[in-house]
Design a protein around this ligand. Structure first.
Ligand SMILES: *[C@@H]1O[C@H](CO)[C@@H](O)[C@H](O)[C@H]1NC(C)=O
Length: 203
């Protein structure tokens, strides 16, 4: 029975590797490195379609999202639309808190006016079949500031892996990095965790 302890150690090591060592593979599209990036991710114990529905239900963002307090689908003149279903080439009026609010939020949670930022964006990609979407700012010329926020879902070990990433390019990104790199990363991660809470509670 001399080999028993050795086999047990191998078994435990394998089990630990399975639990701790494996991180889900990324499904984000390849992106050129920019000046900096913001990133958030989380593994969610809920069906992928359920998480996707929450992610695209922008009118409900104020009820749960500590970073994006409001995201409104609009036409090319930034006039909000009655039908809030997102489609490529529609615009978004996005109000964020940088850094994000702390703790659980609902629609009545007040923002900090000093941390409020509005961004006018365009929905550049929306692939419901592959659970991938992106939107990016259109207020500045690309040469000055270009950034597109990707959000993708994939299935991993029976769970849903949410990743969101925005790479910032251009001279303007140097300024955005100075002011907001840390707060944006906190915001992306806070949204990821709040999405997990909402999806796991309301399956
Ligand atoms: C918005 O995104 C769509 C889809 O990628 C693209 O065809 C369109 O040119 C973009 N519009 C603007 C104003 O950037």
């Amino acid at each position: 029975m001399l080999h028993r302890p050795f086999l047990s150690i191998v078994f435990i090591a394998q089990a630990l590797y399975g639990v701790l060592g494996q991180s889900p593979p990324s499904h984000l599209p390849p992106m050129e490195p920019g000046v900096f990036k913001a990133h958030g991710e989380v593994l969610i114990d809920a069906p992928i379609q359920h998480v996707w529905d929450i992610l695209l239900d922008f009118p409900s963002y104020p009820d749960w999202n500590p970073f994006v307090r409001s995201q409104v689908v609009a036409d090319a003149n930034f006039v909000p639309l009655a039908d809030q279903t997102p489609h490529e080439n529609l615009r978004l009026i996005i109000d964020v808190q940088i850094p994000p609010l702390h703790g659980p939020v609902d629609a009545s949670t007040p923002g900090n006016p000093l941390n409020a930022q509005r961004s006018l964006e365009n929905i550049t990609h929306l692939d419901n079949e592959h659970y991938a979407a992106a939107w990016g700012g259109i207020e500045f010329p690309d040469e000055f500031l270009k950034a597109e926020r990707w959000s993708v879902l994939s299935t991993f070990n029976g769970k849903t892996f949410y990743e969101s990433e925005e790479v910032y390019y251009g001279l303007g990104a140097v300024i955005v990095k100075e002011l907001f790199e840390e707060g944006l990363n906190e915001g992306f991660q806070a949204q990821a965790e709040a999405l997990k809470n909402r999806a796991e509670i309301a399956v």
